[in-house]
Write a protein that binds this ligand. Structure first.
Ligand code: HPA
Ligand code: MG
Length: 220
């Protein structure tokens, strides 16, 4: 299977302007708050189906312990696990998936803060000896992911892989941490498909670029 497509994902170039808003449907209340539809929901879904194929091939017939990183990863995780189940049913290679959740927070407004917090359950002893798939919506500098991987490793899982829907092209980007990449995107702040700006925009299906109006309106 094509390893570049797995590791780098669909590469979105710096000059990609996104799709005009009037070509798609989206919640009316966000009308002035987004610039463009950056990645349409249907494209996201099909890419996730592809990632599910890669994962099925790698994990073989084992059980997968899925570790969903909340809150941004909830949609990606739900859709990814669903595709893994459907593919399993259709190929008689049914993978047993158990989903657990971990909550991290490191962003305020559109800026990364220094401190990484693991909120909620940090006792991950159920990972011992298991094949673990960490599911995260977005990986940029990898600071969060490195800290999480270190934490997970202390519970001695058999193997750990990372699925990132988006990897951001930032200086010192952390591509190598992510085994399954949906899309590699430029350094824009994006929202939608469970990605938030101060908790707003999670109810938007597409991944969109926030407008200045949106940034002002929902600033804390
Ligand atoms: N959008 C939402 N949350 C994020 C982003 C982003 O672009 N980067 C890191 N957390
Ligand atoms: Mg957030």
């Amino acid at each position: 299977m094509d390893n570049a497509g797995m590791k780098r994902g669909i590469v979105i170039k710096d000059d990609w302007p996104g799709h005009s808003l009037d070509l798609f449907t989206y919640p009316e209340h966000y009308h002035k708050d987004i610039e463009c539809v950056y990645i349409p929901h249907g494209v996201i879904m099909n890419r996730i189906e592809r990632l599910a194929h890669y994962i099925m091939d790698d994990f073989g017939d084992k059980n997968i312990m899925v570790l969903c990183v909340l809150k941004g990863g909830y949609k990606f995780c739900a859709d990814l696990v669903e595709f893994i189940k459907v593919l399993g049913r259709n190929s008689n290679k049914y993978l047993e998936t158990r989903v657990e959740f971990i909550r991290l927070k490191s962003y305020l407004n559109d800026q990364s803060t220094e401190d990484l917090h693991i909120i909620g359950s940090s006792d991950l002893s159920f990972l011992r000896g298991k094949s673990v798939l960490i599911v995260e919506a977005i990986v940029d500098t990898g600071k969060t992911m490195k800290a999480l991987l270190k934490h997970v490793e202390t519970f001695e899982p058999k193997m750990v892989k990372v699925a990132g829907l988006l990897v951001k092209r930032v200086p010192n980007m952390a591509q190598s941490l992510t085994d399954y990449v949906g899309f590699e995107i430029p350094n824009h702040f994006v929202v939608g498909y469970a990605l938030d700006y101060n908790e707003y925009f999670r109810d938007l299906n597409h991944i969109c670029v926030i407008s200045n109006t949106g940034k002002m309106k929902y600033k804390v």
